[in-house]
Write a protein that binds this ligand. Structure first.
Ligand SMILES: Cc1ncc(COP(=O)(O)O)c(C=O)c1O
Length: 379
């Protein structure tokens, strides 16, 4: 079955008890047993829950994975993966990683003796050594939208027996399938495009490695960062429209990137779909389209902050991937926790999460904010 069909049907048979067309929200913590140890496959909802199972089966299938394990947040999934490595072992991580992941690695696991090397994406293969146990990358990266070669990182990681983890949150499996390029584990913040409506926090891990899967299932129930049934259901519902939403996100982003590219108040547009983007060719090779995230450099930090405060349709908010368009200032918002890192988000950077409203309305709103910010700067 094709992607769009699996998004609606896989793991989601009509409910055998009632014929309900959507998977019920099994809002229960426990399951009554017929006799001691005799039950219908479920005993306690931290261990497993039928709504969560449906999500795990469906999303694993969309990623092209045998195993899917759902979590209460993207960071819950991240901390669970970190239990695959031990203090003293080395993790090579792309340098402009999501700020919350950088904060976790540098301020939680670093002080416990885990060793991190934050390196530019292009240098990842050469920086992997015999002591490396985990390689961590995002592509496109957040917020600078750099591209990282998944296949090259996978080859280098496997040469020393390390695992490659790819955070596929920005691209989603609709645009990029890291397993086809050699990834061992794929991570998602389902909070973003997969949920798609800015109404939940969730995370996900997928893998085709049975040993890793067994350990992750064990860690899921043992560490306990699990999603509730309602949040699992919301992600499952979001997946049904993922394909059509992603197409519109990409079409809108393309139009907006082209508008910004020629604008006199914009220094540089960072969007992998533009031929001028340094990662354009790689993006064209490993993604089927270029996604809904755009960053751009304004003329100054003051201008960037002013632009963020002036849009009306673009709401000023953290997060991304919802149907509504969001604008934010990474250096003071999502990436404030990387302020002391050598790869801190530039002060004049603005990040856009392009929604699925009318592209014309979004462009008009941005144009007004750019012009007004220029007028303010002159007074
Ligand atoms: C690329 C990426 N990975 C992981 C996360 C963390 O996910 P969550 O906020 O669901 O914990 C985020 C959050 O913004 C993100 O953008």
């Amino acid at each position: 079955m094709d992607f769009e069909t699996r998004a609606i049907h896989t793991g989601q048979e009509p409910d055998p008890a009632t014929g309900a067309a959507t998977v019920p929200i099994y809002q229960t913590s426990t399951f009554v047993q017929e006799a001691v140890g005799e039950h219908k496959g479920y005993d306690y909802s931290r261990v497993s829950n039928p709504t969560r199972t449906a999500l795990q089966i469906c999303l694993a299938s969309l990623e092209g994975a045998e195993h899917g394990i759902a979590f209460s947040s993207g960071l819950g999934a991240t901390t669970t993966v970190m239990h695959l490595v031990n203090p003293g072992e080395r993790v090579v991580c792309v340098n402009d990683v999501y700020g919350g992941v950088y904060r976790m690695f540098s301020q939680v696991y670093g002080p416990k003796g885990y060793e991190f090397d934050f390196v530019p994406g292009a240098e990842i293969p050469e920086r992997i050594d015999e002591r490396t146990r985990l390689v961590w990358l995002e592509t496109p990266t957040n917020p600078l939208l750099n591209l990282v070669d998944i296949q090259a990182a996978a080859n280098a990681a496997h040469a020393v027996g390390a695992l490659l983890v790819v955070d596929n949150t920005f691209a989603t499996p609709y645009l990029q399938r890291p397993f086809e390029l050699g990834a061992d584990v794929v991570l998602h913040s389902t909070t973003k495009y997969l949920g798609g409506h800015s109404d939940l926090i969730g995370g996900f891990l997928a893998t085709n490695d049975p040993t890793v899967a067994e350990r992750l299932y064990f860690l899921q129930k043992s560490l306990g960062a699990v999603p509730g049934p309602f949040d699992s259901w919301l992600v499952l519902r979001g997946l049904k429209t993922l394909a059509v939403r992603m197409q519109k996100h990409c079409d809108n982003a393309r139009a907006i990137a082209e508008f910004l590219d020629g604008h006199p108040k914009v220094e540089t547009v960072l969007y992998p779909g533009l031929a001028s983007h340094p990662g354009h060719e790689l993006a064209a090779r490993q993604m089927s389209d270029f996604g809904g995230m755009i960053s751009f450099l304004a003329e100054s930090e003051e201008e960037a902050v002013a632009i963020c405060g002036r849009t009306k349709i673009w709401w000023l908010a953290e997060s991304l991937g919802g149907v509504e368009s969001l604008i934010e200032h990474p250096a003071r918002m999502t990436h404030a926790s990387t302020a002391d890192a050598p790869f801190a988000a530039p002060g004049n950077l603005v990040r856009l999460s392009v929604g699925i409203e009318s592209a014309d309305d979004l462009i008009a709103d941005l144009e007004a904010a750019l012009v007004r910010s220029a007028a303010t700067a002159g007074t």
